[in-house]
Design a protein around this ligand. Sequence first.
Ligand SMILES: NC(=O)c1ccc[n+]([C@@H]2O[C@H](COP(=O)([O-])OP(=O)(O)OC[C@H]3O[C@@H](n4cnc5c(N)ncnc54)[C@H](OP(=O)(O)O)[C@@H]3O)[C@@H](O)[C@H]2O)c1
Length: 240
Amino acid sequence: MGSPVIICHMISSIDGRILPDRWTRPAGDVDRDTLVNQYYEIEKWYNADGWIIGRSTASEHFVKDTEPLQVITNRLPRETYVAHREAERMAIFMDPHGKLQYERGDIDGDAIVAVLGEAVADEYLRFLQNRGVSYCFAGSDGHDVRKAVDILGQTFGRRKLLLEGGGRINGAFLKAGVINKISLMLYPGIDGLRGIASSFDCVGAKDEIFASGQALNLKHAEKRENGVLWLQYDVEKTSA
Ligand SMILES: NC(=O)c1ccc[n+]([C@@H]2O[C@H](COP(=O)([O-])OP(=O)(O)OC[C@H]3O[C@@H](n4cnc5c(N)ncnc54)[C@H](OP(=O)(O)O)[C@@H]3O)[C@@H](O)[C@H]2O)c1
């Protein structure tokens, strides 16, 4: 099996920022959540076989985190562990240091896959196995996004995955050149504060062009209820 199609699906203010609680209220007598919920409608429409988020988003919305365990022993092989091969949908958490403290192996029926760095403690791997959580490794520091995507396709059989933030994990996928499509929902509001998380927050030098060699081809633009815009782009490889 090859690599899955990766669709980055996000909702942002018109200034590209991604923390909904900070956005201006919508016009008219309608609340912010009504608009933001359109994000979940489109998420369902994609009918993907999994979704990927970064450790910060995971700990904010789904699973408590803690300081990683100190490495006491390092004897277990750093090999992919599959708890649920047949799962229809998977919830994939990019957690390089093994901070997330899962209570069970799924989120609302979606089987969890933890993507880790090889330096996590054996004790953490045993903890995941006991909780029924699958795991795999994205290189020694857990940042090898391309490797993770290959494993998700080849070992976990994923064909279509939504990459759902936050900005730092999206930035890492963008820099690695593994995003095939972008689905951006533009909320008709503004954040305005410099430094707030945005759809793509790469880490690197000021003169680095992170999406170098990639161009966006607009495939669909839709004006939806209450002024939300839905933009779909293909990410195409270019020569420079
Ligand atoms: N509006 C939207 O559509 C939307 C969608 C999702 C999230 N959000 C919001 O976005 C905010 C979080 O965004 P964020 O950018 O701060 O965090 P994030 O992208 O959710 O998570 C970043 C973390 O992911 C881990 N990671 C794994 N692989 C990595 C790699 N290759 N490169 C870099 N980091 C990697 C690191 O964890 P360690 O720190 O443990 O090393 C890193 O700190 C939340 O407030 C959330 O609510 C908004």
